[in-house]
Design a binder for this molecule. Structure first.
Ligand SMILES: [Zn+2]
Length: 273
């Protein structure tokens, strides 16, 4: 059984401030490292539970910001992790294909403009607004194109409401209740990790009865966001049309200046991150 674990940091228990990578103060660096540890704990809980449930291959995608957040030396050594500069490889979700048996979403956040959500951003507009997707439901839809069901998600109550409406049978672990854009009521990390482990086991046990999340093509797609992520959210590029959500997503992303898919050679030498 092959499992894909898509991760983000904003929906992890205990996280309620937007990451600030340019602040070099001791307090900020210490805070960021602490958040990385919380993310690592939740991801590891999901990985271990997947292997306990019979997985033979677990691929983790470190997908927040730099793509280099998870403290991988603390992960279960049976998994593999995709990390490094996001969107410099072939896909936003590298290696995901129809050979996977299930997708798991850890640390998801609400889409841009969601009231009282923690760090809401990215609002995918499908078919001129007939449907809107968060990053989490977009990952589920891309997996759906490959026939892969998304069986479990964790995050705050706002993103859980959105994804739960789209994937009725998904297992959900709400690790925090967002009570303002800047305040949440979180589970304590040990409890969040235990609940995530149970959620993964339940989701994988029911995977054959959870349908892949499919968005029928052709698909029109655009992204609503703003520099601060605060409303008003505006279109971030030209609307693209494609036969599938996966193709539409990649066509849209490739046109964005922040992406550099399919890099083969160094562009600006070496840098970290
Ligand atoms: Zn993120």
């Amino acid at each position: 059984m092959k499992i894909y674990v898509q991760t983000d940091i904003e929906g992890v228990a205990g996280f309620c401030f937007r990451e600030n990578r340019s602040n070099q103060s001791y307090e900020n660096i210490r805070h960021r490292y602490r958040m990385y540890r919380l993310l690592t704990g939740e991801v590891n809980a999901a990985v271990k539970a997947a292997f306990d449930a019979g997985a033979t291959d677990v691929v983790v995608n470190d997908n927040h910001g730099t793509g280099y957040n998870i403290i991988f030396e603390e992960l279960d050594p049976r998994c593999r992790i995709v990390h490094g500069r996001n969107c410099s490889g072939p896909h936003w979700l590298p290696f995901l294909d129809s050979s996977f048996d299930a997708m798991i979403l850890i640390g998801m956040h609400a889409m841009g403009g969601t009231p009282k959500a923690i760090i809401p951003h990215s609002k995918w507009e499908v078919n001129d607004g007939q449907l809107y997707l968060s990053e989490g439901s977009m990952a589920a839809a891309i997996a759906g194109d490959f026939g892969v069901p998304t069986v479990m998600m964790s995050g705050d109550d706002k993103v859980a409401a959105e994804i739960g409406e789209k994937i009725i049978d998904i297992e959900q672990v709400v690790v925090k209740q967002a009570i303002s854009p800047y305040q949440a009521c979180s589970m304590i990390p040990a409890r969040a990790c235990a609940e995530i482990a149970e959620g993964v086991k339940r989701g994988l046990a029911r995977r054959s009865s959870i349908a892949p999340y499919k968005i029928p093509g052709p698909v029109k797609l655009n992204l609503l966001d703003s520099i601060s992520h605060a409303p008003p959210l505006i279109h971030q590029g030209e609307t693209v049309t494609a036969d599938s959500i996966n193709e539409a997503f990649m066509n849209f992303e490739r046109a964005m200046e922040w992406t550099e898919f399919d890099l083969e050679n160094l562009v600006e030498g070496y840098s970290f991150p």
